[in-house]
Design a protein. Structure first.
Ligand code: SAH
Length: 238
């Protein structure tokens, strides 16, 4: 009786699982292709970053109807007219920060939570600020559900940083500003790195790396990028 019941249960469960597995396989192979072609194929050489990009399920950070193109080589829309960055840019910014396990990182612009999830695979101390309350709440819930509970999300204007947890080893700004918010460099540790798309907030910006060396800011230009603007205080201080 018991065995018959188990067989019946298996017969019911197996066919309903297989389409799901097929879809998961499709995502896994799209992710592999992305890592090989768009990341390794360019200048992403950090093994840890490559492994993480191959592991984090980007399709879970976009709406259902966009999941089939979640691993394509371009940004994708999220709610409220915002975007999740191109995978290559996420990998590049992560690689440049040279973050180590145990270090503390602050992200400005949580958006979908994808970049925060990538960072949280390197260190347990990820702090992320999102100015749009709905996005912050959605990202926080999503990150918890996907097992990235170590990311702390706050709905606020990231211009002012997160004093309570400062100083940070790294700050990653994923929205564009025409100047570096002074509180962010203040909250950076000696030797710490800050990466930000700097320049026009309506067109293109220069991805800029700031390193705090003996209290001074060393500035390095990385590449041209296009990010959504940082709103709030950054706009008022234009
Ligand atoms: N890192 C995100 C993508 C960010 S898109 C991801 O991986 O999905 C940029 C985000 O910055 C948007 O969600 C936007 O609402 C947010 N943003 C804009 N100005 C901000 C500010 N002053 N403080 C915090 N977040 C801000």
């Amino acid at each position: 009786m018991k065995i018959r019941f188990i067989i019946l249960a298996l017969l019911l469960v197996i066919p309903s699982l297989s389409p799901l597995n097929a879809a998961e396989d499709k995502f896994a192979s799209a992710r592999k292709k992305m890592v090989e072609g768009d990341l390794k194929g360019r200048d992403i050489t950090d093994q840890n970053v490559l492994e993480i990009m191959g592991r984090v399920e980007r399709h879970r950070f976009v709406d259902k109807h966009l999941q089939s193109i979640a691993y394509a080589d371009h940004p994708l829309p999220i709610d409220e007219g915002q975007t999740i960055s191109q995978p290559y840019i996420v990998a590049l910014m992560t690689q440049i920060l040279k973050l180590k396990s145990g270090e503390k990182v602050l992200e400005i612009g949580t958006g979908s939570g994808y970049q925060a999830a990538v960072l949280s695979e390197i260190t347990d101390s990820v702090y992320s600020i999102e100015i749009r309350k709905n996005l912050a709440e959605k990202a926080e819930t999503r990150l918890k559900e996907l097992g990235y509970g170590n990311v702390k999300v706050k709905a606020a204007d990231g211009y002012f940083g997160w004093e309570e947890y400062a100083p940070f080893d790294a700050v990653i700004v994923t929205c564009a500003a025409n100047h570096i918010p002074p509180p962010l460099t203040k909250q950076l540790k000696e030797g710490g790195k800050l990466i930000i798309p700097l320049g026009s907030t309506t067109y293109y910006q220069t991805l800029t790396l700031i390193t705090k060396i003996k209290g001074e800011l060393d500035v390095q230009h990385i590449s041209g990028v296009a990010f959504v603007p940082m709103v709030g205080e950054a706009e008022r201080k234009k």
